[in-house]
Write a protein that binds this ligand. Structure first.
Ligand code: C5P
Length: 242
């Protein structure tokens, strides 16, 4: 595998038609598309089928967070759809995480397909320390919490976590090479920042230790998305060093 296969494009649109157009333009270069809450709520499993029919894979970014039995059921359905990766909130606790892992693996076995990668969401990057301490009631710094959650995710058997560029190096140092780190908030050197504040370039993200990067608007809102994807590829380091 090379770095090109580790660039995930976020299909942040609200109709199947728009998502289909993007996939059509990008499928020759992009191998994984992220389907989030907006698009999935609008279209349902049809959008997952559409990406699969185009020969690409799906990161189902629905961030499940509920009682263990309900999350296990959702994990089963994600596995049944044959997605490559999906995620849950680590703050749902050990039992929820364990049941999600077991349910996903069982369902994949039953259907004779590969089990999806299960990754955890630590602390939402939209939350600052003041909000995390004062409103949500979690003491300590954001980094301490992120590391504690990531450690719990690893112990429970999750494949990795979503990590902002700010957190990648610390998690990688603490949890080792085989723990999968997926980083959004990526802005190529030539693109606009938009509303992302803590941003890094694709190259920096991989150098910091990310395994996969999630890129949305710099590619999807470009006049020519395929050309923008090529420009991202040109910025990538040549070899995977971790
Ligand atoms: O368009 P852009 O590249 O900012 O899109 C980034 C994608 O990654 C969006 O789908 C967004 O929901 C997601 N994301 C993020 N920052 C996080 C976590 C997820 O931008 N901390």
């Amino acid at each position: 595998m090379n770095y090109r296969e580790r660039v995930i494009v976020a299909l942040d649109t609200d109709t199947l038609r728009k998502a289909k157009q993007l996939v059509k333009k990008l499928k020759d270069s992009i191998k994984i598309f992220k389907v989030g809450a907006e698009l999935f709520t609008a279209c349902g499993p049809k959008v997952v089928d559409m990406v699969h029919e185009a020969g690409a894979q799906v990161f189902l970014d629905l961030k499940f967070h509920d009682i263990p039995n309900t999350v296990a059921g959702a994990a089963r359905m994600a596995a049944k759809m044959g997605v490559f990766m999906f995620n849950v909130h680590i703050s749902g606790g050990l039992r929820m995480l364990q049941e999600a892992c077991i349910a996903s693996a069982e369902e994949a076995r039953k259907n004779n397909i590969a089990a999806p990668k299960l990754i955890g969401v630590t602390v939402l990057t939209s939350l600052n320390q003041e909000e995390m301490n004062g409103e949500v009631g979690i003491p300590g710094t954001v980094e301490e919490t992120v590391l504690r959650y990531a450690t719990l995710a690893q112990k429970t058997g999750l494949d990795g976590v979503v990590a902002s560029a700010k957190e990648v190096a610390a998690i990688r140092a603490e949890l080792g090479k085989s723990f999968m780190l997926v980083t959004p908030g990526i802005r190529p050197a030539w693109s606009e920042k938009q509303d992302q504040s803590r941003i890094v370039t694709p190259k920096q993200a991989f150098e910091l230790g990310s395994d996969y990067i999630v890129v949305g608007r710099p590619i999807t809102q470009a006049k020519n998305p395929a050309e923008a994807a090529q420009k991202v590829f040109e910025e990538l380091p040549s070899e995977i060093s971790h």
